[in-house]
Ligand binder design. Structure first.
Ligand code: COA
Ligand code: NAP
Length: 276
């Protein structure tokens, strides 16, 4: 993965003394978001299901930044594991200022090939996982007057084909961003979302587009980088965004505006279904 370049825009150490908790922070986009925060002085706890992956990522990020990154294994679908992760974060660092809900699961699936359990699984990881981790973290965010970023997507803006499970989950997450902004604002907590477009060298792009996308199809004329999401994260958590809440920031080079789902002829869809 390309190194996160946080020298471009923001001052060093704007998050000194602060603590980030990030689900999905052991890989891809959320690892980049975490590394950017740590480069700016935050300490971080990263959580996901696979401890070995988290431990390696934490060691690499600590080595690259000179900061502290601590791994905790937890499945965001399991409230008791999530509560344990929050307790370990407090034990290790004493506070939580920033929460990133980034853990997610996705795959391309035509309706015929989307089982009851497959749909439920993605809703549970993305939507319930976001609720579970936020509920467990909330007392600490109230104490610190902290801030939340929910990682969303643009799939549901125009009903992307074969993506109803992830699109439904992310649409509901966007709703939570607004509900929480309203309810938690008076507690001093800002809640925003980031909706990445296709981001190079990530599991998401590999699963949804075989890792390939023509830059010419994107208004910005390039595929997104993890660093694009990292920079937006630093901005939304910074004091510079102190009057921004309830917003989902689309970071996609204009991709969703021009990228609509194809309306496959019924015969083509029947052919796809018959091969599943
Ligand atoms: N197409 C259709 N259905 C699929 C599928 C695919 N590519 N992959 C999994 N499923 C179905 C399974 O068949 C199962 O349904 P079933 O019990 O009816 O057979 C259901 O989804 C759950 O699969 P399982 O492997 O038991 O779930 P899990 O909890 O171990 O893993 C996933 C969750 C499926 C989302 C897995 O892909 C994952 O761990 N993803 C994390 C990484 C990721 O997706 N990154 C990209 C983020 S954008
Ligand atoms: P990724 O590297 O696969 O990140 C997903 C992370 O979620 C993994 O670290 C995974 O770790 C964790 N995870 C999955 N299920 C979990 C569970 N039940 N409990 C806890 N952690 C779990 O994929 P990515 O492409 O970088 O995506 C990151 C985020 O960006 C996701 O929210 C995704 O929807 C969003 N997004 C990505 C793109 C893109 O182009 N890549 C575009 C739009 C939106 P474990 O396997 O160890 O649990």
């Amino acid at each position: 993965m390309a190194a996160v370049d946080t020298t471009k825009v923001f001052k060093d150490n704007i998050f000194a003394g602060k603590v980030l908790l990030c689900s999905g922070g052991g890989s891809g986009i959320c690892r980049g978001m975490t590394e950017a925060m740590v480069r700016h002085g935050a300490k971080a706890v990263i959580i996901s299901r696979t401890y070995s992956k988290l431990e390696k990522a934490a060691q690499e990020m600590s080595a690259a930044t000179g900061g502290e990154v601590f791994p905790v294994a937890a499945d965001v679908r399991k409230p008791e594991q999530v509560e344990n992760a929050v307790a370990k974060t407090i034990e290790k660092f004493g506070r939580i200022d920033y929460l990133i809900n980034g853990a997610a699961g996705n795959f391309l699936a035509p309706f015929n090939n989307l089982s009851y359990n497959a749909f439920r699984t993605v809703i549970e990881i993305d939507l319930l996982g976001t609720f579970n981790l936020t509920k467990a973290t909330l007392p600490h965010l109230k104490a610190s007057k902290g801030s939340i970023i929910n990682v969303s997507a643009t799939l549901h803006y125009n009903g992307m084909i074969f993506q109803q499970h992830a699109g439904a989950a992310k649409a509901a997450i966007d709703a939570l961003t607004k509900h929480w902004a309203v309810e938690l604002g008076p507690h001093g907590i800002r809640v925003n979302g980031i909706a990445p477009g296709p981001i190079a060298s990530t599991e998401g792009l590999s699963r949804l587009a075989g890792g390939l996308l023509e830059p010419e199809t994107i208004p910005a004329q390039r595929v997104g980088e993890v660093d694009d999401i990292a920079q937006s994260t630093v901005f939304l958590f910074s004091q510079g965004a102190s009057y921004i809440t309830g917003v989902t920031l689309v970071v996609d080079g204009g991709h969703w505006l021009t990228n609509t789902s194809p309306a496959y002829p019924a015969a083509v869809l029947a052919d796809i279904d018959s091969k599943l």
